[in-house]
Ligand binder design. Structure first.
Ligand code: CMX
Length: 435
């Protein structure tokens, strides 16, 4: 067993005992009242999941194992002092709860580079069987499912593995899957947008740097952006659609590939990860309709109001939990203001930020009028030459794997049971209302 697995087991064993004890000794304890409104509006705020990788505060935003994004920018190992932390580090932190040393990060980088070589040939055949104009998320998710032929979990299950050991093949599957996602994402990108002119991985590079390299964006600047991007999109507690879907499907002991694929289906929704692509459509349509590249704040306000009047959402704004500007937006804006302050798309993002919160606030119903992570990520990628919007949600997915799959390992370490909430019909709710 490698040292990370041994360490994980040592950390997890007492915790899984605590979970069992809580269920046994406090299983009847009422922890929360749930309102009809909560149930009928997406269970917001209903505590119903156990997740330790990250925690989302409505005012402050995300903390990964207790650390905010600005703290992690200083604490996680980097390649260069001036650079961004390596996503390998946040994976280690989410997995073990401890800050990694540079050696830990190097170990994971090497593991992933090695495991990435094992993508079976049929995965590329399956991608090639899809039309080139199939959305990259369709191609990405199809490839993820196709890779599940490699699942160690199913094999171990059939052999008759003891359930307390399920975490082990889950860990192996997760490590393989994460290691292979950059090559898959880059393959789809080059297939769709660069005539299938593929680029070999560079095993000396880190996971995110290699993704930028295989996409054909080989500058140090593009790699730095990719590291930041992969860091900040990695996790957002357990209840967001991609995390919850991964967890739910995993609770049936579906293997990591099936489980992650479920999460990616959720990420492909326009209210979740697809919003990063939709933001670009929204602002480019705005420029076209206004007829200029640099609309005034007054023009943006009018266009935003028209969007709402047409019964549409303004992508990149609002959040189900956050009630302030998303720190993942702020960190990207700081990055942009530092390195590319004059980029036209960044100027536009700033102008929209000056205008849209008031427009949304004026509706009186939007609980959070502030920008989320997606309000700027596409503008940043575009400004660095990654201009093909349909790949953006795939990039989000590559990063999100780090969090949701770490959660999946912990689900098995805790020995969590199959998820099965109760549903009721409309009559039941009407009767409750009249009680
Ligand atoms: N534009 C227009 N209307 C919005 C809005 C926005 N950006 N954000 C919320 N609203 C509306 C909701 O659609 C809802 O309207 P109805 O009452 O008519 O159904 C009302 O305001 C109240 O919604 P809420 O409680 O404030 O927000 P929700 O928790 O229901 O939804 C979210 C959260 C993110 C889906 C929503 O803010 C939204 O649709 N934003 C735009 C899409 C987006 O950027 N998604 C990405 C989120 C981050 C991510 O997962 O990547």
């Amino acid at each position: 067993m490698d040292y990370i697995k041994s360490k994980l087991l040592e950390i997890a064993q007492p915790k899984s005992q605590i979970v069992k004890k809580l269920v046994k000794e406090h299983g009847e304890k009422v922890i929360q009242n749930v309102t009809m409104g909560q149930v009928l509006t997406g269970m917001k705020g209903v505590v119903s999941l156990l997740t330790c990788t990250s925690k989302l505060d409505p005012e402050e935003g995300i903390r990964f194992r207790g650390y905010s994004i600005p703290e992690l920018k200083n604490l996680l190992p980097k390649i260069h002092d001036e650079g961004e932390p390596l996503p390998e580090g946040i994976f280690y932190l989410m997995l073990t709860g401890e800050l990694p040393t540079p050696e830990d990060v190097r170990y994971i980088s090497e593991q992933w580079a090695q495991r990435a070589q094992g993508i079976p040939a049929h995965v590329y055949d399956v991608i090639e069987a899809l039309p080139k104009d199939a959305h990259p998320m369709i191609q990405f998710n199809t490839a993820i499912l196709a890779m599940s032929t490699e699942s160690q979990f199913r094999k171990a299950y059939l052999v008759g593995m003891d359930k307390k050991d399920y975490w082990d093949p889950t860990y192996e599957g997760v490590m393989d899957l994460i290691s292979r996602l950059p090559a898959i994402a880059a393959y789809i990108y080059r297939r769709v947008f660069y005539n299938g002119d593929h680029i070999e991985p560079d095993p000396s590079l880190d996971w995110a740097g290699n993704l930028a390299h295989m996409m054909g964006h080989d500058s140090e600047e593009a790699k730095r952006l990719m590291r930041l991007y992969m860091l900040i999109h990695s996790d957002h507690e357990g209840g967001n659609v991609s995390a919850h879907a991964t967890h739910l499907v995993g609770s049936a002991l579906s293997n990591p590939y099936y489980s992650f694929s479920a999460g990616m289906n959720g990420l492909a929704g326009p209210l979740h990860g697809m919003a990063n692509q939709d933001v670009m459509h929204w602002l480019n349509k705005m420029k076209r309709e206004i007829g200029c590249e640099d609309p005034t704040e007054e023009q943006i306000k009018k266009y935003a109001e028209e969007t709402l009047a047409n019964g549409r959402v303004i992508p990149g704004y609002g959040h189900a939990v956050l009630r302030k500007t998303d720190p993942r937006f702020t960190v990207q804006l700081e990055f942009a203001n530092k390195y590319i302050p004059d980029a036209p798309y960044i100027k536009l993002v700033n102008k929209i930020y000056n205008v849209v919160p008031d427009v949304l606030g004026a509706t009186g119903k939007v609980k959070n009028p502030w920008p989320n992570v997606d309000a700027i990520s596409g503008s940043l990628l575009t400004s660095y030459g990654i201009k093909e919007f349909p790949i953006y949600t795939v990039l989000f997915g590559v990063s999100r794997a780090l969090g949701v799959l770490t959660q999946l390992i912990w689900d098995r370490l805790y020995g969590l049971q199959i998820e099965r909430p109760k549903s009721q019909n409309l009559r039941w709710f009407i009767d409750k209302a009249e009680e």
